[in-house]
Design a protein around this ligand. Structure first.
Ligand code: SF4
Length: 502
């Protein structure tokens, strides 16, 4: 019943037929000797499930060059079900690549799920690529059925340099955009980031329990590294290329002027990242990632600052409710800062299965998704005045749907909304393709907060300021805030370089 009423208030949701595009999570490992790493890698990948659920895949190579792979569409547990796990769990190999995909470019089909495995045209050597983010649209790397990762792999396959080092260094230099990429070649594992560090990538090592040798492990986020047993992490610094082989770690390309030149995506911390991961921020050394605050700490700070910028009191509301899961840390701290009781009246039914409701490709299904995904504690809410705290408002259909449900079916007497980031009124072309500008609530209302408030039916609405957001991050420079305040330095909205900041 609610599904129908939600569709009624959300003509935008009816009109949205394209997938809401997002980003990927990647994991890789290198060991000098073949070792059974499959389950460990899967544990890391599960930690990154929220980064995409179009599909998942893995590829591994033994020291003798034998390869195994498996990939498919859907959630990680769909692809790596009981049968596939049983098939691969005991395989021993020396290089491992995993991906959970939400494609920013290319159709949602199994051919575009990574790792992309192909052969070098001149040498015939097999190599595999995983990639998080988006290459810029130069060189025809946009649109169409084929993913930018596959086009990248094809270009690398055609490269004519004599060694893998040279081929990969040249590709890293040539490619604009916002990406972290890992390539498994016969010469070793290569980790590299775009020159401005828009997307994250870290690595570390642990001892292999069987061989007692080091296993080097890389992942999009530190929470995944921790899940795989890495205690000390290193960041692959922006604009760098790292090679891991039997010779150990080689830093093939070191960055210059990294602090001012960085453009770390701040939305990674608002919405994308696991709360237990280190904040994604500009850093000067690769070890700083170990002393950086966790993303949940950043989200809490956002709540405290929002409480100063847009306070409510007991005279306005009875309880505060954080929207699961990325609105909870900030929701709690907002409530605590203002002395408002906090009530988790909306909970995830199963956060592991579908933690990002509004990313579901079938936008028309979103009303059912809200009901199916969230558990709403109706009995607690009758007659209360509530403040809902959410991480962001993108298209506003979920927020509007929840408010309608609260008021019309749960007997809630007042609904205020506080948002833990500034209004998002521009599309992202840097690996988090939120939606077209015209579909974003803040863009449709030309930044008029009152217009958004009326659309969602809230009694009041306020957003965290960009200044407050940067204060929460603890650094005022080195972030991309393009989708919020049109600040994409030093890239344009297509990921091409506007100017060098060194
Ligand atoms: Fe991140 Fe927004 Fe910048 Fe895209 S435009 S990289 S989502 S901050």
């Amino acid at each position: 019943m609610f599904a129908e009423s939600l569709r009624d208030i959300s003509p935008l949701a009816r009109a949205e037929r394209e997938p809401l595009q997002d980003r990927c999570g990647i994991v890789a490992a290198f060991c000098e000797e073949d070792t059974p790493f499959f389950i460990t890698g899967l544990a890391g990948l599960y930690q990154l499930q929220t980064r995409g659920y179009d599909g998942a895949g893995f590829h591994c190579v033994t020291a003798a060059g034998q390869t195994f792979q498996c990939k498919g569409e859907g959630m990680i547990s769909d692809v790596f079900n009981t049968d596939t796990v049983a098939r691969y769990r005991d395989i021993k190999a020396s290089m491992w690549l995993y991906e959970t995909r939400y494609g920013t470019q290319g159709a949602t089909k199994v051919e575009n799920v990574q790792p992309i495995v192909t052969q070098h045209r001149l040498t015939g050597e097999t190599f595999a690529v995983i990639h998080n983010g988006q290459f810029s649209d130069e060189d025809g790397l946009s649109g169409g059925e084929v993913s930018d990762t596959r086009i990248f792999a094809n270009q690398l396959a055609e490269s004519t340099e004599a060694s893998w080092n040279e081929r990969i260094l040249n590709m890293q230099k040539k490619k604009n955009g916002a990406w972290s990429t890992i390539i498994a070649t016969p010469e070793g594992l290569y980790l590299m980031r775009d020159r401005y560090g828009v997307r994250p990538l870290g690595y570390g090592k642990k001892k292999d329990a069987i061989s007692n040798r080091d296993i080097w492990i890389a992942a999009s986020e530190t929470s995944a590294l921790k899940a795989m047993g890495v205690s000390l992490s290193f960041e692959v610094l922006p604009d760098s290329v790292i090679k891991i082989s039997k010779r150990g770690i080689e830093k093939l390309r070191k960055p210059n002027g990294i602090v001012t030149a960085q453009a770390a995506c701040i939305f990674e911390n608002i919405y994308i990242g696991d709360g237990r991961s280190a904040i994604h921020s500009p850093r000067t050394t690769d070890l700083e990632i170990n002393t950086s605050p966790e993303i949940d700490e950043f989200r809490k700070r956002c709540g405290v600052i929002l409480a100063k910028e847009a306070p409510l009191s007991g005279a306005d509301v009875d309880v505060a409710i954080g929207i699961p899961g990325t609105g909870i840390a900030g929701g709690r701290s907002y409530a605590e800062a203002l002395g408002i009781p906090y009530l988790q009246a909306i909970t995830d039914r199963n956060p592991q299965d579908n933690p990002r409701t509004f990313m579901n490709p079938d936008i028309n299904d979103i009303g059912r998704q809200v009901l199916g995904h969230f558990y709403l504690h109706k009995n607690f809410l009758q007659g209360l005045r509530v403040v809902i705290i959410d991480d962001s408002i993108v298209r506003a259909n979920i927020t509007g749907g929840v408010i309608k449900l609260f008021k019309e079916e749960f007997g809630v007497k007042g609904t205020h909304v506080r948002v833990l980031c500034p209004p998002i009124d521009k599309s992202c072309y840097l690996g988090v393709n939120t939606r077209k500008d015209s579909e974003l609530a803040a863009a449709r209302h030309r930044g008029n907060i009152e217009g958004i408030r009326q659309e969602i039916g809230a009694d009041s609405l306020a957003f965290l300021s960009d200044k407050g957001l940067l204060e929460a991050a603890g650094q005022s420079d080195g972030f991309c805030l393009g989708c919020m305040i049109n600040h994409y330095p030093p890239l344009d909205r297509r990921g091409n370089i506007i100017y060098e900041r060194d």
